[in-house]
Design a protein around this ligand. Structure first.
Ligand SMILES: Cc1cc2nc3c(=O)[nH]c(=O)nc-3n(C[C@H](O)[C@H](O)[C@H](O)COP(=O)(O)O)c2cc1C
Length: 216
């Protein structure tokens, strides 16, 4: 297919000016653009059904990430709507800083998850591996046009029992097409870091570079 085939097709149907307005190319997204889009969504479109193949593609990043002592002790349980994902919903807590919203809102629940487990006892190194894995998988999901939220506030015993796991669940990644309108806010060390919502926008304060760098 020619490089600009879709663009030409679009022009044919909607006219040249529409094509100029609408065709957005995400051929090689930069790390910065993926990081910006990689926000924690707590509302998900019910029209987008995440398939098992997509979850496995997301999990596949773990064949390429670093691991302390290269032990690779993490294991991943992908769950779609047709393979028991809805058994997760009652055992997770979303948006702890916004308890009055009781997230996820009705009709915006996630219906696909990756339960990240450890095959050995949890240690500092296992947790570092966990962070690398979660962030890498989230970035992959964003690259694929999906969104995630990492969930550590969940009932481990209930999840273990629900899926007869013989490994320890450490975190759950909810995956779907996010519907939240999220904006980052630059803040300083003395400012409040709590995320909040105003006029339909979910604001996430982030420390500025000057507040992060230790300059000597
Ligand atoms: C280790 C970890 C655990 C988290 N656990 C939860 C959780 O249980 N529930 C939730 O709603 N969000 C959870 N989050 C999402 C954070 O609240 C979110 O990253 C933070 O508000 C900043 O938003 P951002 O991800 O869009 O930058 C978790 C994030 C991380 C990194």
């Amino acid at each position: 297919m020619a490089d600009n085939y879709l663009e030409k097709k679009y022009e044919e149907i909607f006219g040249a000016s529409a094509s100029r307005r609408k065709v957005v190319k995400h051929a090689n997204p930069t790390l910065d653009s993926l990081l910006l889009r990689n926000r924690s969504h707590r509302g998900f479109s019910q029209g987008c059904v995440v398939e098992m193949q997509q979850l496995e593609k997301i999990i596949s990043v773990n064949t390429r990430v670093p691991s302390a002592r290269n032990q690779q002790v993490l294991r991943f349980l992908p769950l779609t709507a047709s393979t028991g994902a809805d058994k997760v919903l009652g055992h997770i807590a979303l948006g702890g800083a916004l308890p009055e919203l009781h997230l996820p809102a009705e009709g915006e629940e996630p219906h696909a998850f990756i339960v990240v487990c450890t095959a050995v006892q949890e240690t500092r190194f296992v947790d570092i591996d966990l962070g690398i894995s979660l962030q890498s998988m989230s970035l992959k999901a964003v690259e694929m046009g999906l969104n995630c939220v990492t969930i550590c506030a969940f009932d481990k015993a209930a999840i273990k029992a629900a899926f007869s796991l013989d490994v320890e669940p450490l975190a759950i990644l909810a995956v779907g097409k996010g519907t939240d309108n999220i904006q980052l806010l630059s803040i300083h060390d003395s400012d409040d870091r709590k995320y909040y919502r105003k006029d339909g926008v979910h604001y996430v304060p982030k420390l500025s570079l000057d507040d992060l760098v230790i300059r000597r």
